[in-house]
Design a binder for this molecule. Structure first.
Ligand SMILES: Cc1cc2nc3c(=O)[nH]c(=O)nc-3n(C[C@H](O)[C@H](O)[C@H](O)COP(=O)(O)OP(=O)(O)OC[C@H]3O[C@@H](n4cnc5c(N)ncnc54)[C@H](O)[C@@H]3O)c2cc1C
Length: 547
């Protein structure tokens, strides 16, 4: 039996979304759970480019919303985009007024960068390209100093406890205190994205789709799962260790960096009128096609760095760590899984289809990103929807009690299975990158589903070898979530027989009017792990050499 703790409101996740929600809920008592050893966590500290906000003198939230809708390839919820742009500008003004360390010029005016598919320079940034690190550390310090927030680190949320369509709390495994059932009438998922589902990703290893999988198991509605954005310019220096590929921020291309093919020629002007500043999916596929054909694609940022090296300290540092000097030579690049537009479906207040369950940040699917997220809109999304969730919980009544339910049982976790679990995790990630990445087709997707079903059978067949430590439980739980997220994404990708935004089907290369809508599913709609019946041909996509 787990210990039982009355928590009231639980926020899961210590990235920008979780930290924002917890702070905005103050002075209401909140328990903040995060599986990382300290605050902050997740992708948020890695964000380089900045936060998009229509605060410039020549800018308008309507224009920002229009750019957001245009990037979303026909299925963005326009009302959500207007809300994001308008409230986002307010949130950023509020942070500027409170002294947040955004880069400013000599008279204190915030400096604004330009990024792909934005019609204006509207990206506020901090420490040049260290925006995520600086903002999340500011927020984390505030959280630590807020008495109403109980922070529990190395706390791995394993399952949502839901009875009769209402949330009753979270079952979590803690490094120090073992298993705890946190009884709560409100649970906020702020668990980030699914990058680690793919072999190559810019996300940290902890982004394993936990929130998506927990919500799926609890029966929540999920949306737009097929839309996974690949960043076109990750530094192609994979050492096979499973570490995230370092990201070369889009702001470099905004500052004039260009992409070169194997012969050292620029190729983007022939691909799109906006060349290197075309929407991300267009740029990523153009890079992918060349990398998959065995070309060494590079990013030439020499001119951009000569102009303003001080703006890109993180990039310089990442290249130096890889033994590359980007001021002297173009650097090798490859696309890597970066952001999930799909997730747990919410309304404008972050409320999911389950009473008392909320979601914000990357794990949520508000419809604001459509089929393709506009650059630098996701930290903004975390700020805006984290705030909205907190306000909605305040209105709903933070203290409303649930009727007592039976204490949930502790799942059986195989101990000492580290190596087997790591091997299965690697196989999931490779299958997803090979068959469900930048270019998909029916045979490849069927092949992926078969492979995933086999891996799930191996996972459930793992035999207990002694008692499980906290680390065993995290490894086991992450693999369970990774596999379920992978299957859900693959199923959704199989069902959308067209190409749109970040979802490209080589067997259905056009966008079709009949498919110009979002898609919602829940785990109950199908047996997620059923092996597909169609004959499976050998998949055509392989991991490109040199990655
Ligand atoms: C390299 C990189 C650069 C980026 N640059 C930008 C940028 O310039 N601008 C921009 O807007 N966006 C950028 N993004 C995207 C953006 O950073 C993310 O979309 C955003 O930060 C997500 O915030 P989040 O709070 O929703 O999730 P995250 O920041 O990913 O946080 C998730 C948290 O949930 C916790 N968690 C997950 N599962 C569990 C569990 N089971 N139990 C307990 N805790 C759990 C994790 O430990 C973590 O603390 C970038 C992303 C990357 C990877």
């Amino acid at each position: 039996m787990p210990a039982v703790r009355d928590a009231g409101i639980v926020v899961i996740g210590s990235g920008m979304a979780g930290l924002t929600t917890a702070l905005r809920l103050s002075p209401r008592p909140v328990t903040l759970l995060t599986k990382t050893p300290d605050l902050p966590g997740g992708s948020s500290p890695y964000a380089q480019g900045g936060v998009a906000a229509a605060i410039g003198p020549d800018d308008d939230p309507g224009d920002h919303a229009a750019d957001t809708v245009a990037a979303g390839a026909g299925i963005t919820d326009a009302l959500m985009a207007r809300l994001l742009a308008a409230e986002g500008a307010d949130q950023i003004r509020r942070l500027l007024a409170s002294g947040s360390a955004f880069d400013r010029d000599a008279d204190g005016t915030p400096m604004l960068g330009r990024e792909a598919a934005h019609g204006r320079a509207r990206i506020v940034h901090a420490g040049g390209d260290a925006t995520g690190r600086i903002l999340t550390h500011e927020f984390a310090d505030l959280v630590r100093r807020t008495g109403s927030i109980t922070v529990m680190t190395q706390a791995f949320a394993v399952d949502l406890i839901v009875r009769d369509g209402r949330v009753h709390g979270v079952l979590a495994c803690h490094a120090e205190d073992g298993w705890i059932f946190h009884r709560a009438s409100h649970v906020v998922l702020a668990t980030g994205g699914v990058g680690s589902v793919f072999l190559h990703t810019t996300n940290p290893a902890e982004n394993t789709g936990d929130g998506l999988a927990m919500a799926a198991r609890a029966g929540a509605a999920l949306g737009d799962l097929e839309f996974v954005q690949f960043h076109p310019t990750a530094l192609a220096v994979d050492d096979g260790s499973g570490k995230p590929l370092p990201l070369l921020t889009e702001a470099l291309r905004g500052a004039g960096a260009v992409m070169l093919d194997g012969q050292g020629r620029r190729f983007m002007p022939a691909e799109h009128p906006d060349a290197e500043l075309a929407p991300r999916d267009v740029v990523a596929r153009a890079v992918w096609r060349r990398v998959a054909a065995g070309e060494r694609v590079t990013l030439d940022m020499r001119a951009a760095l000569a102009e303003d090296a001080g703006h890109f300290p993180t990039v310089l540092d990442l290249c130096a760590q890889a033994g590359i000097d980007p001021t002297r030579e173009p650097v090798p690049i490859a696309p890597a899984a970066h952001y999930h537009m799909g997730g747990v479906v919410t309304d404008a207040d972050g409320h999911t289809s389950i009473d008392g369950l909320w979601a914000c940040g990357e794990v949520a699917n508000t419809g604001v990103h459509g089929a393709n997220r506009l650059a630098s809109n996701s930290l903004l999304e975390a700020l805006v929807f984290g705030d909205r969730v907190a306000r909605a919980i305040a209105v709903a009544g933070a203290g409303s009690k649930r009727p007592p339910i039976a204490i949930p049982a502790i799942p059986s976790v195989p101990g000492n299975s580290g190596e087997a679990i790591a091997a299965l995790r690697g196989s999931v990630r490779r299958a997803m990158y090979d068959h469900v990445g930048l270019s998909r087709d029916a045979p490849g997707l069927d092949r992926a589903l078969k492979l995933l079903a086999g891996l799930e059978a191996e996972r459930t067949g793992l035999k207990a070898q002694g008692s499980a430590s906290f680390h065993d439980t995290v490894a086991w739980g992450e693999l369970r979530n990774l596999l379920l997220s992978a299957v859900l994404i693959t199923r959704a990708a199989s069902q959308r027989e067209e190409s749109r935004g970040a979802h490209y089907r080589s067997d259905f290369p056009a966008a079709l009017p009949a498919w110009q809508h979002r898609r919602f599913i829940s785990l109950r709609d199908f047996d997620a792990l059923r092996v597909p019946q169609q004959p499976v041909k050998e998949a055509r996509h392989a991991v490109p050499a040199g990655l």
